[in-house]
Design a protein around this ligand. Structure first.
Ligand SMILES: O=c1[nH]c(=O)c2ncn([C@@H]3O[C@H](COP(=O)(O)OP(=O)(O)OP(=O)(O)O)[C@@H](O)[C@H]3O)c2[nH]1
Ligand SMILES: [Mg+2]
Length: 205
């Protein structure tokens, strides 16, 4: 199905796909996503945690495509909203998964919340499913807060309204190289880096 230096990421999200392509490049690994396999099934995200959903997606795709698959389940947890949108981040403003509508909803909900109470963090769970082996799950976070208005044009999702504590700017003001060093996704992937060799298609079988 693919070359030996290829990893399948079980995502249909274009923003995530682009980041994984860049993050795996230093390992000499080519990334394929479900955007390359339009007939891949939609796996229902019925879990109660990021990790449960990542496992459902990784194992679902690994089984149907008979391949190693890594899935990402991620989202934004806002303290003043008791952790919402959390695992519902993609569809927060409705089934259409509209980033602009999702940001508008968050900004409206926080309209009366002052700066010091707008703390938030991105979460990312990655699950790596290898046929015949136990699925491995890792998690990463990125701390920050919710800005009063959109700032910057890079990235995807909620990046324009997320202030990155470590960098002192909006996530959408970071270049992709900068985001991919400090993001929740990058922090999770660092924990998988020791098993990249095993995850390359073909090596584990
Ligand atoms: O500003 C952001 N910067 C990020 O780095 C980021 N990572 C995740 N998110 C949000 O969380 C949802 C994931 O939901 P999710 O894990 O179910 O993915 P998805 O449904 O978009 O695609 P898939 O991977 O399931 O195919 C996404 O749609 C976004 O709204 C992000 N927002
Ligand atoms: Mg999803």
């Amino acid at each position: 199905m693919s070359d030996s230096n290829t990893i399948i990421i079980a995502t249909k999200n274009k923003g995530k796909a682009k980041e994984f392509v860049q993050m795996f490049a230093p390992y000499g690994v080519e990334v394929k996503t479900l955007l390359d396999f339009p007939d891949a099934p939609d796996i229902e995200e019925t879990g109660k945690t990021f990790a449960e959903n990542a496992i459902l997606k990784a194992e679902g795709i690994s089984k149907t495509m008979n391949t190693i698959a890594i899935a990402d389940d991620s989202g934004l947890a806002i303290d003043a909203l008791n952790g919402r949108p959390g695992i519902y981040s993609a569809r927060y403003a409705g089934e259409q998964k509209d980033d602009e509508a999702n940001m508008d909803k968050v900004l409206a909900e926080l309209i009366d919340v002052p700066g010091e109470d707008r703390s938030a963090r991105f979460h990312c769970a990655l699950a790596a499913a290898i046929p015949g082996k136990e699925t491995v799950t890792v998690e990463g976070t990125c701390e920050g807060s919710i800005l009063l208005e959109r700032t910057g044009t890079n990235g995807f999702g909620y990046d324009p309204i997320f202030f990155v504590k470590e960098k002192g700017v909006a996530m959408a003001e970071l270049s992709s190289e900068e985001k991919n060093q400090i993001s929740h996704r990058a922090n999770a992937l660092k924990k998988l880096s020791g098993m990249i060799g095993q995850l390359i298609e073909g090596d584990a079988r």
